[in-house]
Write a new protein. Structure first.
Length: 273
């Protein structure tokens, strides 16, 4: 069982950095001491402090309290045609990639690559799948670490949004669509964490599937390295607008669903936007 990518302190830290809020700012806004603010940012949970911090940082209070108390895990059921592969990256970190295929004819696409090409290639061989495309959610190093090896071994074309051109790839724009087997892939803009951030929405399986990269994690989101507010906006518009039973496939951590994230993700707080 994969652990959640972010804990209570991580969530507070991402919101603070995204909003440009310093410890002193948060202390003044919440009437908490700087020591209490720093303790929360370091992951020390106090229900009274968490409620005040949530309000000051525009986070969903109930979801932040839930994160602090560590009493939630998504337990989203996988579906036929979706394989999550998790590989190590840099110390104790891990990164996900996904093989999605049409069970009717075995045509497949790979979404990101992670770090272990042999595991990807062995799975394709074991299931007798034909890799038609490689899609990249964003070109941060952990998501494309073994891309060259997979490209050479599979011969499949790689598609990257034009903002992330790394050479040796084909470029697409948001709104472009692709087909493999009976499955359709729609590309949606989910920038803010990365300038080329893309969510791939796959239809044709038993449920809608969205490979979201680092736009959304179970109970959290990627940091707003480009623009925190842009990340919140594009996530709300282009991920949370999907059907509630959509299976979300994040770049780190466990699978989740739209319905679960609307309740349990502190960054999903549409009533405050």
């Amino acid at each position: 069982m994969l652990p959640l990518e972010d804990g209570y302190g991580d969530i507070i830290g991402k919101a603070m950095r995204g909003l440009g809020v310093m410890d002193l700012d948060l202390s003044q806004a919440t009437k908490l001491s700087i020591a209490e603010v720093r303790a929360a940012r370091g992951g020390e949970f106090d229900e009274h402090a968490a409620s005040k911090i949530a309000k000051a940082l525009n986070l969903n209070p109930a979801a932040l309290l839930e994160s602090g108390s560590k009493n939630w895990y998504p337990h989203a059921a996988n579906i036929l045609g979706v394989y999550q592969l998790t590989s190590p990256f840099g110390g104790d970190m891990t990164v996900n990639c996904y093989i999605i295929w049409d069970p009717a004819n075995g045509e497949a696409a790979l979404f990101d690559t992670g770090t272990h090409p042999s595991t990807i290639l062995n799975f394709l061989d074991e299931k007798k799948l034909s890799l038609k495309y490689i899609f990249i959610t964003h070109t941060h190093g952990d998501h494309i670490d073994c891309l060259p090896q997979v490209q050479i071994a599979s011969g499949a074309p790689t598609f990257v949004h034009k903002n992330g051109d790394i050479g040796g790839v084909k470029l697409f724009d948001w709104g472009d669509k692709f087909q493999f087997g009976t499955l359709t892939v729609e590309t949606r803009q989910t920038t803010g964490h990365a300038a080329d951030g893309t969510t791939f929405v796959i239809s044709g399986l038993e449920k809608t599937v969205a490979v979201v990269g680092d736009a959304v994690f179970a109970g959290s989101m990627g940091g707003g390295a480009v623009s925190y507010r842009e990340a919140l906006t594009t996530n709300l518009q282009n991920i949370y607008s999907l059907p509630d039973d959509t299976l979300l496939c994040p770049g780190h951590g466990p699978l989740t669903t739209i319905a679960l994230e609307k309740i349990h993700n502190p960054f999903y707080y549409p009533g405050s936007k």
